[in-house]
Write a protein that binds this ligand. Structure first.
Ligand SMILES: [Zn+2]
Length: 569
């Protein structure tokens, strides 16, 4: 491709709203442009990256024996009502009305549509296992679209669905997909972790997220460098380190009530009272299967809600709304405390060992200091319910855990019969007995792979694409566009490389050399060939590797073998 003949608009500055590197660089390097909030146009360079990612995914999926389909974006309300998700999905599901006043959802995911297809087409165990996938545009009405394509309202996904006769076959399929996902992310050149995750609105019993490690990630994960254990922080298990701040020998001081006007958060209260977050105990009111319960947790800790749910054998655990809090504590949000509470109180083990704690007074604008368990209030149960902290050890091998932020690029779920049961997607087994199909679903965000790759691979000058997903592999840059001899050599190089099947961009634009060099770095093409005066006088051609900025000077005749060897790096 000759740059003078195409659309390659680069920018010196990123728009103000772009907060993270990938968003800034995708705009600056001319990969995409914004149309409306959370809605983007891919320009030629950006779309080539998407197509590269798409092809890697397609090749790896086809290897597993999965078949590609294309499901409609529009799906009727009635189908979503069968699964109950027309209500449950909430405002993130975009809905439109046709001219006959019939409602449709713009697919954020396709469990209903694929299950409907399976219940119509699959009748016998002989047709199973079956895995279908598609690569398609998806919609989600994000309340606050941000970070460019990372939280967009229209985006691209590969979603696959497996149908099996029994749990054992699902397990096989799940493992196969898990391995396939690793192959895909490896080929895309990403550094990632597969972590145990929550199933969220998709549902099901078991799920894993594939997280690209990046400082700007929205999720927090922990992992063990020794045994490979990895999980999302909100559900990570851990081996408790010896209790921090055990205070059994500390003397109990007299209880005091202090005025704390408008001080609600841990930061506000500890700042005002000049103490540390670990001296304070948070009283969180939860609704556990509808009943209010108080959870006591140290000021600097969080609650592992998964764990709490499991330990209490509860079906649903939710933070109580403000009204409930006011009812049970007779104070407004931010002033709850255990002293005088009439509901069940559960304390985290770390709280149980604290002395002379600070808590809300169950009275607006007041806190209590020096409260103590047994003397001032009773605890109904003591449980290990705080979320993982940096001092904790791996639950499997007791090694220190590593904390990192991550960008979710893929998610695999064991759905079981969640959809096949309600939508009656059944088959006849070997004995002629009707059974629901056992399902799995597997998603990958294409745009997120692209953005995450930039988050991991860039420097102050721009993007550094891995060869596998780079929009072009080689960029040929003519230093002086007025010099006919340089143009002639560049044309020759361009034609010979193109004949080799190398994806090549020729910067023949009438720009200053400095601007061209800047754009080459910004766009991040892995190999840059510079045609300048040296090419004329000394027959020397310069190749720069974007990844390490190393420059190789080679004879013109050695160009093709050299490029070939560099491409194999
Ligand atoms: Zn471990």
């Amino acid at each position: 491709m000759r740059m003078s003949k195409g659309l390659f608009p680069t920018l010196k500055e990123a728009p103000k709203e772009a907060k993270i590197v990938s968003h800034k660089l995708m705009i600056r390097a001319g990969l995409m442009r914004k149309l409306a909030s959370g809605i983007y146009t891919y320009l030629p360079l950006g779309y080539r990256v998407i197509r590269k990612i798409e092809n890697i995914i397609r090749e790896e999926m086809n290897k597993t024996g999965a078949q590609e389909v294309l499901l409609p974006t529009l799906s009727p309300q009635e189908l979503w009502e069968e699964s109950g998700r027309w209500e449950v999905y909430g405002p993130e599901l975009m809905r439109i009305k046709d001219r006959h006043n019939r409602l449709f959802g713009l697919g954020p995911t396709h469990e209903e549509v694929i299950t409907d297809l399976a219940r119509r087409e699959v009748k016998s165990y002989r047709q199973l296992p079956l895995t279908l996938y598609q690569i398609q545009t998806k919609f989600r009405d994000e309340i606050r679209p941000r970070f460019g394509m990372m939280r967009a309202r229209e985006f691209h996904m590969k979603d696959a669905y497996s149908f099996d006769r029994n749990e054992k076959d699902l397990e096989k399929n799940y493992k196969k997909m898990y391995q396939t996902y690793q192959n895909i992310f490896d080929r895309c050149g990403l550094k990632y972790k597969a972590v145990e995750a929550d199933t969220g609105p998709i549902g099901g019993d078991v799920s894993h997220e594939f997280m690209v490690l990046a400082k700007t990630g929205e999720d927090q994960i922990v992992y063990c460098k020794k045994c490979g254990y990895a999980a999302n922080v909100n559900r990570a298990e851990y081996h408790r380190s010896p209790v921090t701040g055990h205070q059994s020998s500390v003397k109990e001081k007299p209880l005091k009530k202090v005025k704390t006007p408008g001080m609600k958060s841990v930061e506000e209260v500890t700042g005002f009272l000049k103490c540390k977050p670990k001296d304070l105990v948070k009283t969180l009111i939860y609704k556990v299967d509808g009943k209010p319960i108080a959870i006591l947790i140290r000021g600097d800790h969080g609650v592992n809600e998964r764990r709490l749910e499991k330990l209490l054998k509860a079906k649903e655990i939710l933070l109580a709304d403000e009204k409930t809090i006011e009812k049970v504590t007779s104070a407004s949000l931010g002033f709850s405390g255990p002293v005088g509470l009439k509901i069940k109180i559960i304390a985290d083990s770390d709280v149980a060992s604290m002395k002379n704690m600070i808590s809300g007074a169950n009275e607006k604008d007041y806190h209590l200091i020096n409260i103590n368990i047994d003397r001032d209030f009773k605890v109904d149960r003591i449980l290990d319910i705080r979320s993982v902290i940096p001092e904790d050890l791996c639950p499997k091998c007791k090694t220190k855990l590593t904390f990192s932020r991550g960008i979710e690029v893929g998610h695999v779920f064991k759905l079981g019969t969640k959809y096949s049961q309600v939508l009656k997607a059944t088959f006849l087994d070997e004995k002629g007995k009707e059974k629901p199909m056992i399902m799995g679903c597997y998603g990958i965000g294409l745009d997120r792979i692209m953005a995450a790759s930039i988050e991991q691979n860039h420097d102050e000058n721009g993007i550094i694409w891995p060869l596998s997903i780079a929009p072009y592999q080689v960029l040929v840059l003519i230093v002086n566009n007025q010099d006919k001899r340089q143009i002639k050599i560049a044309e020759k190089v361009y034609n010979s490389l193109e004949k080799e099947g190398i994806e090549i961009l020729l910067d023949d634009r009438d720009l200053r050399a400095g601007a061209k060099f800047k754009d080459a770095d910004l766009m991040g093409i892995p190999l840059r060939i510079t045609i300048g005066n040296k090419a004329i006088k000394g027959n020397k051609i310069e190749i720069k590797i974007r990844k390490n900025n190393k420059v190789h000077e080679i004879d013109k005749k050695d160009l093709i073998p050299k490029i070939r060897s560099l491409r194999e790096m």
